[in-house]
Ligand binder design. Structure first.
Ligand code: IMP
Length: 197
């Protein structure tokens, strides 16, 4: 018996870390293509003020301009003591053109002397498949550490320690992070839905 060919779907990102995580979570049954792989080099504007809105903008852009069934994710880190900041603005927390190191440094500075370091990551995935639009959400609760630790993962991973863990996300393997992460939770719902249609 031959193994069926993997089904194709576009993930509206060129973030290689997200791609690697999502491919590992979705498994061999899916050929997940990046924007680059479909020839899209456009800078898709993320102009909404919600994660859901930005995820939908990215997925709809690909469906409209390239015709592929597609999903997109948008993620934010929400810190309780900062009233949910950086939230939807997590990528640009330290200003446009700044990298993850600058974002983390500003976050740690803004939490200096703060006893309440509770935070959560939230991911919203928007899937546009044929005429149907669906959303899937995942969340992981934890704390912002006093200092960065670990070299795995990306973004704010070195300063986020999930509840019940002694390590930050950046001290975990991809598989360990995916098992409990915001993106892992949302992506498993997405995969289950895709398998049902
Ligand atoms: P976006 O979803 O690409 O807009 O990501 C928003 C910001 O959150 C960026 O600064 C990312 O680096 C960061 N980010 C997204 N996902 C993760 C994650 O899984 N861990 C740590 N940081 C993340």
């Amino acid at each position: 018996m031959t193994t069926p060919a993997p089904r194709k779907i576009v993930f509206a990102t060129n973030n290689r870390h997200k791609l690697r995580e999502i491919r590992e979570i979705m498994g061999d049954g899916w050929q997940v293509m990046s924007l680059e792989e479909i020839g899209c080099h456009d800078d898709i504007p993320e102009t909404a003020d919600t994660l859901r809105g930005n995820a939908e903008i990215k997925a709809r852009y690909v469906k409209t301009h390239y015709g592929y069934d597609c999903f997109a994710d948008d993620t934010g880190l929400l810190v309780d003591a900062l009233n949910g900041a950086p939230g939807v603005y997590s990528a640009r927390y330290a200003g446009p053109g700044h990298d993850s190191a600058a974002n983390m440094a500003l976050l740690l500075k803004n939490l200096e002397g703060q006893a309440n370091r509770k935070a959560h990551f939230s991911t919203v995935i928007c899937l546009i498949c044929g005429d149907e639009t669906r959303f899937f959400e995942g969340r992981v609760d934890g704390e912002i550490t006093l200092n960065p630790a670990g070299a795995e993962g990306f973004g704010y991973d070195p300063v986020f320690r999930p509840d019940g863990e002694i390590r930050t996300f950046a001290e975990m393997t991809d598989a360990e992070k995916n098992a409990i992460s915001h993106r892992g939770r949302a992506t498993r719902q997405l995969t289950a839905f895709l398998a049902s249609i």
